[in-house]
Write a protein that binds this ligand. Sequence first.
Ligand code: HGY
Ligand code: MN
Ligand code: MN
Length: 416
Amino acid sequence: MRAGREPAQGVDERRLWQRHEAMARFGATARGGVNRQALSAEDIAARRTLADWAAARGYRTCLDEIGNLYVRRPGTDDTAAPVLTGSHLDSQPTGGRFDGTYGVLAGFEVLEALEDTGTRTRRAIEVVAWTNEEGSRFQPGTMGSAVFAGDKKLADMVEVRDSKGTRLGDALAETLAAMPDADRRKSGFPVAAYIEAHIEQGPRLALEDKTIGVVTGIQGSRWFEIVVTGEEAHAGTTPLGARKDAFRSALAMAQALQELMHDPADILRFTIGRFEVMPGSPNTVPGRVLFTIDFRHPDREVLRERGGRIAAICKAAAGPCQVSIRETTSNDPTHFDPAVVDLVRQSAAHLGLPHMDIFSGAGHDARYMAPLCPTGMIFVPCEKGISHNEAENATPGDLAAGARVLADVLVRLANR
Ligand code: HGY
Ligand code: MN
Ligand code: MN
């Protein structure tokens, strides 16, 4: 240990990179990404590894009722509410090695840097790995932080099923049982401040040659699940005019929705990422189609107005089929606490790192922490802005730079 150094100087670029290499083994794909979906065996392995690293440093590990995992470095005042940092370990099915993982490992790297520089803080600092941020296996995403914030009820979340019919509650029980040494605690405890480090998942920092993104907020989003019900029929004998073809109706809906969501300024984001045609047999007319909508915009009014027209458009395009529209999550645009945003900006400047303000296009758990406590985020670049893709990449230097800003900001927040 070399005491007396600033906490940020304790950040070890090589150690942080090696932790990423270790985590990338869990759910590793042949194309260099990760498939570590929420509450899967791979997610459990990653969680247990973080807990092992924590134990090696003598840190206490806790789990709450939705499986959010906390690693606690005590402060000098154990009665003071902790400062929280972290992100998520779960990934997309064809995800990258840095989305979410970076925020958890940068937070853990800060704890180690504080040890190595002999830095004490008044408040405890806790690193959290939120459950099911991605929402790819179980919708909605940011589920762990939403339950922590009281925005989603555990009783509702445990009944959510994945596309294979597995109940979230059963997968959660397995995850909790796999970590018997972790203490249990109730979510929603008081938090003094929250700061999350994340790759940008877009091209702006790289294009502007900046190392640090001073995140001012997150755009709003609305997710829907659309189920179109027709009637299975024989592909060879059933006249087109007599069919209740769920695919044909779903396609008409999708085309009408694309027109609704057309934005010449290309600010609006509209994605149909899942489109399941059932029974999926070449010679049976589809009787059921399920598709998802991910709609995002920085302007609350656009989200309300355009989002409010989705149901009518689907019904008008249903033809002879039935259609059900279920909104699975709706989030207004989030604006972070200006004082925390300013801390990030000052810290980047203090460390001599090129930085710029940026509004997040991607969703993050910080969205749910913002109404609870002073909240902010720190972005670092990812190669060509590529994310939710196995080719996602970042440099050891940028990851370490973000962790240094995180160390500086966390210590300031933990000594308030
Ligand atoms: O979907 C999102 O914006 C986040 O990356 N899960
Ligand atoms: Mn993420
Ligand atoms: Mn993601």
